[in-house]
Design a protein around this ligand. Structure first.
Ligand SMILES: Cc1cc2nc3c(=O)[nH]c(=O)nc-3n(C[C@H](O)[C@H](O)[C@H](O)COP(=O)(O)O)c2cc1C
Length: 248
C-alpha cells in the first residue's frame, strides 16, 4: 500500500485540536491542492473563504453549535460560485447566460467542483499530519452565513472544513461493505444489498458500543431512518433559489 492510500484509509474526522497554529505556507499548500482537483470544463465554480477573524469564527460557531468550529487552527468555507462567470458575461451585452446560470445542471456543477476541491484539501492536510472535519452544520442557518460572509448573488455557502493538529485519535469509522456501494454493470436491487447492510449494522453496533468515546446502542439503518424522518434545513432550497441558482 502506498502512502497516499494509507493516508486516505486512515481518515477519521477530528473534532478536538491542539492550540498549535499552522503556517501560511501550510494553508497555501492545502489551497493549491484543492485548486488542482478536476473541475467541470475548468469552470472552477467555487470559492474558498479562509476565516482568520476570531469574532467571525465565533459567529459561525453560533450557527453550527459545534465547538470545533471555533477551536481549530484554521477554518475554510467552501462556496459554490457562479458569480465570477455571471460578471464576465455581464460585460458582454451580446450574450445571455441566464438559462445556464439558473439551471439545476450548473448548480450541480458548482457543488461537485467545491466538493472535489475540499476533498483534495482534506487529503493534502491529512498527508501533513493535520486533522480535518467537514462542517455541514453551517447550513443550520444558511442565511446568516450568507450575511456574515457578504456573499453576492450566485454564491452559496456549502460547508466548512476545520483544520488543525489532532488532539484526539478517534477510532476509524467503518463503512458499508464494498459490495453495497460498488455495483457491477447495473444497479444491484435493494434485496441483494440487504445482507451487506445487515452485516454493516452488526459491525456498527459493535463499533458504537466499543469505541473510545461517546458509546451508544445504535445501528446505521436505525440512525438513517430516524435522520430522514426529521425534516431538516428546509430553508436551504428557497435560499438557493433566492441566490439565483437551481431555478430551472
Ligand atoms: C459534507 C459534510 C458535512 C459534515 N458536517 C459535519 C458537521 O457539521 N459537524 C461534524 O462534527 N461533522 C460533520 N461531518 C463529518 C461526518 O459526520 C463524518 O465524516 C462521518 O460521520 C464519517 O466519520 P469519519 O469522517 O470520522 O470517518 C460532515 C461530513 C461531510 C462530508
Amino acid at each position: 500500500m502506498n502512502q497516499t492510500i494509507e493516508t486516505i484509509l486512515n481518515h477519521r474526522s477530528i473534532r478536538k485540536f491542539k492550540a498549535e497554529a499552522i503556517t501560511d505556507e501550510q494553508v497555501n499548500t492545502i489551497i493549491k491542492a484543492a485548486q488542482q482537483a478536476s473541475t467541470s470544463s475548468n469552470v472552477m465554480a467555487y470559492t474558498i473563504i479562509g476565516i482568520s477573524d476570531n469574532a467571525l469564527k465565533e459567529e459561525l460557531y453560533k450557527v453550527s453549535g459545534h465547538s470545533h468550529v471555533k477551536n481549530n487552527a484554521h477554518l475554510l468555507i467552501f462556496c459554490g460560485d457562479l458569480h465570477r462567470i455571471n460578471q464576465l458575461a455581464n460585460a458582454d451585452e451580446s450574450v445571455s447566460i441566464e438559462d445556464n446560470l439558473e439551471s439545476t445542471e450548473q448548480f450541480i456543477v458548482a457543488t461537485i467542483d467545491a466538493s472535489l476541491a475540499a476533498q483534495n484539501a482534506t487529503i493534502a492536510a491529512e498527508s501533513m499530519g493535520l486533522g480535518i472535519c467537514y462542517i455541514g452544520s453551517l447550513r443550520n442557518d444558511i442565511n446568516r452565513v450568507n450575511e456574515l460572509l457578504e456573499l453576492p448573488n450566485h454564491v452559496i455557502p456549502l460547508f466548512g472544513l476545520v483544520v488543525g493538529y489532532p488532539d484526539h485519535q478517534p477510532d476509524i469509522k467503518p463503512r458499508l461493505p464494498l459490495e453495497a456501494v460498488y455495483h457491477q454493470n447495473k444497479y444491484l436491487p435493494f434485496y441483494e444489498q440487504q445482507k451487506h447492510i445487515e452485516a454493516y449494522d452488526h459491525e456498527m453496533k459493535q463499533y458504537y458500543q466499543t469505541r473510545s468515546s461517546n458509546t451508544k446502542i445504535d445501528t446505521w439503518s436505525d440512525q438513517m431512518v430516524r435522520k430522514f424522518s426529521q425534516p431538516t434545513r428546509m430553508d436551504v432550497s428557497p435560499f438557493v433559489k433566492q441566490k439565483g441558482l437551481n431555478l430551472k
